[in-house]
Design a binder for this molecule. Structure first.
Ligand code: 5GP
Ligand code: ZN
Length: 115
């Protein structure tokens, strides 16, 4: 997608603090971190949200998920982390290129959601 900010980041057209890249996946630090460790992992293919995943996206999305632990550890989140995918209006998704937030650091996370 020409006007997608995360596609532009994956193509290197917008600068980012890259932490990982391969053929299908790109990972970079969140510009506005909410914890000492906060980075995003995206498929390079433009998938707007989890609503639009197609079978051909499964390999890249699997790799995105499979990389979370390794990259979290490399970034210093060695005692756990949270991975979050916000989807759509109710999920408060802001950037419509699917991404996994990896959030961690020493004892920074609250419990899950309030009941
Ligand atoms: P969402 O609410 O869509 O799950 O989260 C989007 C995330 O992307 C936010 O945490 C926001 O800080 C991050 N973000 C938005 N624009 C940029 C950008 O240009 N560069 C980087 N590195 N992160 C961005
Ligand atoms: Zn995109």
């Amino acid at each position: 997608m020409d006007d997608c900010i995360f596609c532009k980041i994956a193509r290197g057209e917008i600068p980012s603090k890259k932490i990982y890249e391969d053929e299908h996946v790109f990972a970079f630090h969140d510009i506005n971190p909410i914890a000492p460790v906060h980075f995003l992992i995206i498929p390079k293919a433009h998938v707007p949200s989890l609503y639009e995943c197609e079978p051909e996206n499964e390999a890249a999305l699997g790799r995105v998920l499979a990389l979370t632990g390794r990259l979290a550890r490399e970034q210093g989140a060695t005692d756990g982390f949270r991975s979050i995918i916000n989807t759509g209006r109710v999920g408060r998704q802001e950037v419509y290129h699917v991404h996994v937030h990896v959030i961690g650091g020493p004892d920074v996370l609250p419990g899950m959601l309030k009941r």
